[in-house]
Write a new protein. Structure first.
Length: 139
């Protein structure tokens, strides 16, 4: 069995945003040479996420509005975590809702997706460099 590891780097210029990372993940899969196996993609930061869904702008807008209702950024004084001098308690909660990682089957050298599935990086406390780990195992 082979193993492959690669890090992707993102710097979303806004506090929140969604980035389709499917092309970068597919490139990592090609680089790995693995044809059958499993691919893990996970955010290496506690205020961002990796998830699978449709690449449709209305859905992304809805996610942003929904997450902001569930864990609003302001008032920052409403979160005990922010007593530490930070202002990102909401970002931690949004990450918890959207998830840390995805696992995708690799079949015949391709991501074995369902219809419309794409991989996204979700940023909830942006404006700085963050990483996503790609780990692929298989043959």
């Amino acid at each position: 069995m082979k193993s492959f590891r690669k890090e992707l780097t993102f710097n979303v210029p806004t506090r929140r945003g969604f980035v389709n990372i499917t092309p970068q993940v597919e490139e990592a899969l090609r680089e790995s040479g693995i044809k059958e196996g499993l691919l893990l993609a996970n955010s290496m930061h506690i205020t961002s996420s990796v998830f699978i869904n449709d690449d449709e702008s209305g859905l992304h807008h809805d996610y942003d509005k929904w997450l902001e209702k569930l864990a609003p950024h302001e008032p920052v004084s409403g979160y005990r975590h922010n007593d530490t001098g930070e202002d990102n308690a909401d970002a931690h909660m949004k990450r918890q809702i959207m998830g840390r990682e995805v696992m995708v089957a690799v079949t015949n050298g391709e991501l074995d997706f369902g219809t419309w599935e794409q991989i996204f990086y979700g940023e909830f406390d942006g404006r700085r460099r963050k990483r996503v780990l790609i780990k692929i195992i298989g043959e």
